[in-house]
Design a binder for this molecule. Structure first.
Ligand code: B12
Ligand code: SF4
Ligand code: SF4
Length: 302
């Protein structure tokens, strides 16, 4: 085991703002792979073909980096002290501020740069929601938290409002124990989901999920999906989770809500021209839905 390197990596990642770092050995994800294959074969990935097309790599990170030995899993808080006004259209918390891909990639690059200085034989490759990596499965193995019945990873103290990142590294590290499942007999999230997307505890059908429909779907939103006031993403299953009661906020202002769109009425948001949409949401996750998706999301279920 490589205790000195492991301690240094934890320190570097903390300096970059990650609140939790965990290590796991790269070996087979047999149970998770079986589920992933079944999930895809049942069409639960909707039209996210980029998941099925890269299933081999998701199962085996050595197809991405052949000399990968360990996975470094990282968690970065994004919740803020702000709240939605309940009568206004809602954007999910992770998308209130700037695009996390950009912000966290900078931090990952800086962390990998510092890790490289520790040992010239170190090789790393990093991801934040932008590669064929089962980030949640690795986060569980690395002891960051467990996958709740809503399928997001929950850290026992801080809840689930955090982004996950992964760094593949060609070095052995001091591995963490996988996190223990603390959902117990609770099933509040399953009951609260308005569309039945959590069709069984720990299992999500993207076709029914408001998050998929308002972010990833490029076509019409089926009329039987009640979007419940959400116009980009959905936080219902996490908002009701008892592990999110304590409220741990990020001190990174990049994720604080932009007043140009936060808690505005449907009329105000609907009046944005394409140019205004592009200006207000430039460099934010909401840009992903494009102006046509924005207009569609604002016009359903009213
Ligand atoms: C595709 C995707 C989506 C899809 C599908 C979601 C899903 N649950 O898979 C859609 C568009 C719906 C989506 C929505 C959201 N997403 Co998303 N998404 C992803 C992505 C790109 C891949 C996830 C994946 O591999 N899904 C495939 C399926 C097979 O995985 P799974 O559902 O987790 O299935 C596992 C478990 O169910 C488990 N399992 C199966 N049976 C059983 C039984 C038991 C007993 C147990 C314990 C486990 C278990 O095994 C499976 C394989 O590991 C990841 C980034 C990444 N590269 O990992 C982000 C990611 C998961 N998303 C994230 C976020 C923030 C969200 C939203 C909260 C955004 C929002 N506010 O709208 C919602 C949450 C919706 C929800 N309840 O899950 C974060 C989650 C962070 C966290 N704390 O966990 C990630 C990790 C992005 C990131 N880098 O931060 N997302
Ligand atoms: S994000 Fe919303 S629609 Fe999707 S599973 Fe959670 S509560 Fe259901
Ligand atoms: S609401 Fe309950 S069942 Fe759902 S993830 Fe949280 S603790 Fe688990």
């Amino acid at each position: 085991m490589n205790t000195e390197l492991s301690d240094m990596i934890r320190k570097i990642c903390r300096e970059e703002g990650f609140f939790k770092t965990g290590f796991s050995k790269i070996d087979s994800l047999r149970n998770e792979s079986d589920y992933l294959r079944r999930w895809i074969s049942e069409g639960r990935n909707a039209d996210m073909n980029w998941i099925s097309n890269s299933a081999d790599k998701r199962e085996n990170p050595r197809l991405i980096m052949d000399d990968a030995v360990s996975m470094i899993s990282l968690a970065y808080l994004y919740d803020t002290p702000f709240e939605h006004e309940t009568d206004k259209p809602k954007i999910s918390r992770y998308a209130w501020g700037k695009d996390y891909h950009k912000i966290l990639k900078k931090k990952l690059k800086a962390a990998c740069g510092k890790i490289g200085v520790l040992d010239s034989a170190v090789k790393t490759k990093f991801y934040v929601d932008d590669g064929p990596v089962l980030e949640k499965s690795w986060a569980v193995k690395s002891g960051i938290g467990w996958q709740g019945k809503h399928t997001n990873v929950i850290e026992p103290e801080c809840g689930s409002f955090f982004f996950l990142c992964g760094i593949l590294i060609n070095k052995e590290l001091d591995y963490d124990k996988p996190a223990e499942d603390l959902c117990g007999s609770c099933s509040v999230c399953v009951a609260a989901c308005p569309t039945g997307a959590i069709y069984e505890p720990y299992k999500l059908d993207a076709n029914l999920c408001i998050s998929y429909q308002t972010i990833e779907n490029r076509g019409e939103i089926p009329s039987f999906i009640e979007t419940d006031g959400w116009i980009f993403g959905c936080d219902i299953c996490q908002d009701v989770c008892p592990y999110n009661r304590k409220k741990f906020f990020t001190d990174d202002k990049s994720f604080f809500p932009n007043p140009a769109h936060f808690n505005k009425s449907r009329e105000e948001l609907s009046s944005f021209t394409e140019e205004q949409f592009n200006t207000v949401f430039s460099g934010t996750p909401v840009k992903r839905t494009k102006f046509s998706g924005w207009k569609r999301n604002l016009s359903v279920n009213i």
